[in-house]
Design a binder for this molecule. Structure first.
Ligand SMILES: *[C@@H]1O[C@H](CO)[C@@H](O)[C@H](O)[C@H]1NC(C)=O
Ligand SMILES: *[C@@H]1O[C@H](CO)[C@@H](O)[C@H](O)[C@H]1NC(C)=O
Ligand SMILES: *[C@@H]1O[C@H](CO)[C@@H](O)[C@H](O)[C@H]1NC(C)=O
Ligand SMILES: *[C@@H]1O[C@H](CO)[C@@H](O)[C@H](O)[C@H]1NC(C)=O
Length: 811
């Protein structure tokens, strides 16, 4: 106590600002314009007027040195404004922090209500302090140290800052929820609230309510920082030293995740909701799903076995009335009923109408739902490797179709809908048509087998097109042979100003064709050993490869020594320009990253298997993944490996230092390549996307190991999620991230036989299979950073045998 007083005394000697108010001293008066400042100058507390209002409020805001735009995060008297500057904040004789105005003898306008069990001696030992977390705390000094009597974090306004909680504490009877302001000028309690519904029978859900009605429902699935135990249940934002982010419920009901951009002195919205029609709770009514991608038509669609309740409404594109069972007279109870899958949806609302049963397989879950006639749907959910069963007993509300994420729902339908669903899957079960269909199928099968055999035979002997096929390809309107002069004009004579980049195979320029089409023009370095006919042939072959995750080859130009390729133009450049850029990386949220990972995987799979030419890319890296206008990934340079001859490629890549980090050990050291070396490179790309770090970048904490080594170490220590990019601010799907990291580790295993094929990778990423445990990856340890410059690494640094890892538990 004495020491503390002494410290406080000393502090006052050196700092004109203070962070504490004690009993019967040091009042904070509005007329004095004084503020409390937390120790490290993170937050300030004082009187202010919001917007154009002249009313006075006591609030906490980020101090100017941290956040230059005044951002009030908490308000004491939000519903009791003071109409002049007579406000005084002080500890009163009951040991409460209280706000007085107009007349000091009156009852306080606002107080902390911490007066329980006041004793005279006790009051003396109370003080209020503004902490560096932004929390205003009433303490009582005691023999056992300081006791928290009250804290502002327990009474959020409209903003959640790191360290605050939003949820419930049953033990202390606290309800941490956000309430919007009335308007930008009035911080009084507005219409909207963000709070949790603990929903003990099923799963907790977070909602934005407008009054008592549901306005927006947070996507189910655990948030990364969701905590639930016997006493409390809450979400929270973690402290980050390098980024300040907050959650805010605006007066319009918009729930925002904001990130402070210090360079531009403004808050940047990471995401917000509800924004699109499908976001609003119940936009499509009951028993229907909302498809955001369907916006040009009508976004609402009844789930199988249901039809619009109001056909009129449906015709007007108003889905609010939702859908009802198709045939009320056909019972769905022990009458041949069954389940039809609705793929990849946001779980229907579980409040009051659902039940969660833990440790129950999908099959048991189906039976559980089937045996209770009021069960309308079920979903099998795997959490932490345990299958759980979620069943619904009423109308299904607020379903949204996701393309990437989402879970499969099984809806109970009557026998007629069940038969319809099966038919639409292409299996005619009727006896009458069975025989002709079977005969046709067998014939078809024979034809397919024959053609596959023929094709294979053909492919064995050649990998190129015959003259006729080549002619056909050339006639194909999408492949063009360009005139050199056209391309010189398009690129302003290959000027540096138009140069987009340079790689092992040559330089790429931005160009505009006479028809104003923007294209990327790749001028190959003059080392191709191919003759003109071979080159043409090769280009024609590659131009035939078409996949949404491959950059499209539009044509080529051959003149003298010049070999030029004309490609689709990608406005957003390459993935690395986002991933490793401090400001642009925040544009890639988790959803987008997961889509990119899946897109790249599908593109590589197409090259390896789906296309008729097996192509091994051999130079997969983030700078060869381009992003289109929607930030969807497209692999570039995929035909290069064929255009250039084998060993020469290796020679090329040696000079590109950045590529080193992506090469598999057998390729880097022995020059051996296979589809499995592409799988290795894909694994690196995947881990880079998840972590936002370069594999060959340096690490402050672990400078002796690279990214793979770092991921592996965390994996062994069972805390691998620490690698997830901190710029995602913990907003990501836990299970997806974990799955991605595990797949990444499987891809970078030392022995190529252990690495999965690309088809397996795509399947694993879909989450429809359990994953094997990865073995220790290649290149875990690096003796010095100089290796980065030398792709031909001495043996000891890629085989990690010289170092032992203890505690290599398989997960
Ligand atoms: C401010 O409010 C008090 C209490 O309601 C009232 O007595 C006083 O007249 C008001 N003053 C002004 C300037 O409106
Ligand atoms: C203080 O607590 C009492 C009893 O719990 C409650 O009625 C009152 O509204 C509270 N006052 C404030 C300002 O929160
Ligand atoms: C102080 O701590 C002791 C031992 O933990 C406990 O018995 C006692 O009740 C505490 N006193 C106060 C005032 O909290
Ligand atoms: C069916 O489930 C509902 C909801 O859980 C329950 O109230 C009802 O008793 C169950 N019926 C039977 C027959 O088990």
């Amino acid at each position: 106590m004495l020491l503390k007083s002494l410290l406080l005394f000393l502090l006052f000697q050196f700092c004109t600002c203070r962070d504490t108010i004690r009993w019967n001293e040091q009042q904070l008066k509005d007329v004095d314009g004084e503020v409390l400042v937390s120790k490290e100058n993170n937050f300030e507390l004082g009187f202010f007027s919001p917007g154009v209002s002249s009313h006075r409020y006591v609030g906490i805001w980020y101090s100017q040195s941290k956040i230059s735009a005044k951002t009030v995060v908490w308000i004491a008297n939000r519903d009791s404004p003071i109409n002049d500057t007579s406000g005084v904040l002080k500890m009163n004789r009951y040991g409460e922090l209280a706000l007085y105005a107009y007349n000091m003898e009156n009852i306080p306008i606002w107080s902390t209500n911490a007066s329980q069990s006041v004793q005279n001696t006790d009051t003396l030992n109370r003080y209020v302090q503004l902490l560096d977390t932004g929390n205003l705390v009433v303490f009582r000094d005691g023999r056992n140290g300081s006791l928290i009597l009250w804290q502002s974090f327990d009474y959020p306004t409209d903003t959640l800052i790191p360290g605050m909680k939003s949820g419930l504490n049953w033990k202390k009877g606290l309800d941490w929820h956000l309430t919007s302001w009335k308007s930008q000028d009035d911080p009084g309690k507005g219409d909207y609230a963000f709070r949790v519904d603990p929903n003990h029978n099923a799963t907790p859900q977070y909602f934005v309510y407008k009054g008592f009605t549901k306005y927006w429902r947070v996507d189910a699935g655990p948030w990364p920082n969701f905590v639930s135990n016997a006493n409390e249940m809450y979400i929270t934002l973690p402290y980050k030293s390098n980024a300040i982010s907050i959650l805010k419920l605006k007066d319009s009901g918009l729930f925002q995740h904001l990130l402070w951009n210090g360079a531009d002195h403004q808050w940047v919205e990471m995401w917000s909701s509800p924004k699109y029609p499908c976001d609003w709770y119940g936009h499509c009514g009951a028993n229907s799903k909302c498809s955001p991608d369907n916006i040009n038509l009508f976004e609402c669609e009844c789930i199988p076995g249901y039809e619009p309740k109001s056909v009129d409404g449906w015709n007007r594109r108003d889905g609010i009335d939702g859908c009802v069972s198709k045939r009320v007279r056909v019972s769905k109870c022990r009458n041949g009923e069954g389940f039809v899958k609705v793929a990849r949806v946001k779980d229907p609302d579980t409040s009051n109408v659902a039940r969660l049963r833990t440790s129950m397989s999908a099959k048991e879950c189906e039976q559980e739902c089937l045996k209770n006639c009021s069960c309308t749907a079920y979903m099998s959910i795997t959490l932490e490797r345990v299958a759980n069963c979620l069943t619904w007993y009423d109308d299904l509300m607020d379903m949204l179709v996701y393309t990437g994420a989402g879970r499969d729902l099984y809806v109970r339908v009557d026998k007629i809908s069940l038969a319809e669903a099966r038919n639409s899957q292409g299996f005619f079960r009727s006896g009458k048509v069975l025989i002709p269909i079977l005969t046709a199928l067998v014939a078809l099968l024979l034809i397919i087998i024959l053609s596959v055999w023929l094709l294979k035979k053909k492919r064995k002997t050649r990998d190129y097109l015959d003259a006729e096929e080549l002619e056909e390809t050339k006639r194909h309107p999408e492949l063009q042979f360009f005139d050199l002069n056209t391309l010189i004009a398009a690129t302003d004579n290959f000027s540096d100003a138009n140069k987009l980049g340079q790689g092992g195979f040559g330089s790429v320029y931005k160009g505009e064709l006479p028809n104003e089409q923007k294209v990327a023009i790749k001028r190959l370095s003059r080392t191709s050993r191919q003759g003109i006919e071979e080159f043409k042939n090769e280009v024609a072959l590659i131009a035939r490869l078409q996949h949404r995750n491959l950059v499209k080859l539009l044509g080529c130009c051959i003149k003298g020594e010049e070999r030029i390729l004309v490609l689709e133009y990608m406005p957003h450049k390459s993935l690395d320009s986002f991933l490793f850029d401090n400001t642009r990386r925040s544009l890639l949220n988790w959803e987008k990253r997961f889509e990119i990972i899946n897109g790249v995987a599908r593109g590589v799979l197409y090259l390896h298997r789906d296309s008729r030419l097996r192509i091994i890319h051999r130079d997969l890296k983030t700078s060869n993944v381009l992003l289109d206008a929607k930030l969807d990934p497209k692999i570039s340079d995929f035909g290069m490996a064929r255009i250039f001859q084998g060993d020469q490629l290796l020679e090329k890549t040696n000079r590109v230092v950045g590529t080193y980090g992506y090469m598999s050990p057998e390729y880097a050291v022995f020059g051996r390549f296979s589809t499995k070396s592409d799988v290795f490179s894909f694994g690196i790309i995947l881990l880079e996307i998840v972590s936002g770090k370069r594999n060959n970048g340096s690490y402050e904490m672990h400078y002796s190991i690279n990214l793979i080594g770092h991921v592996w170490q965390l994996w062994v220590e069972d805390k691998v999620l620490e690698i997830v990019d901190s710029s995602l601010l913990e907003i990501y799907q836990l299970d997806e991230a974990l799955r991605c990291i595990q797949v990444g580790l499987l891809c970078v295993q030392e022995d190529l036989k252990d690495r999965p094929a690309m088809s397996a990778v795509v399947f694993m990423l879909s989450g429809e299979t359990s994953l094997p445990s990865p073995k220790q990856p290649a290149f875990v340890f690096r003796t010095s950073s100089s290796i980065v410059d030398d792709p031909f690494i001495p043996n000891e640094s890629y085989s990690s045998n010289s170092l032992t890892i203890t505690n290599m538990e398989a997960r």
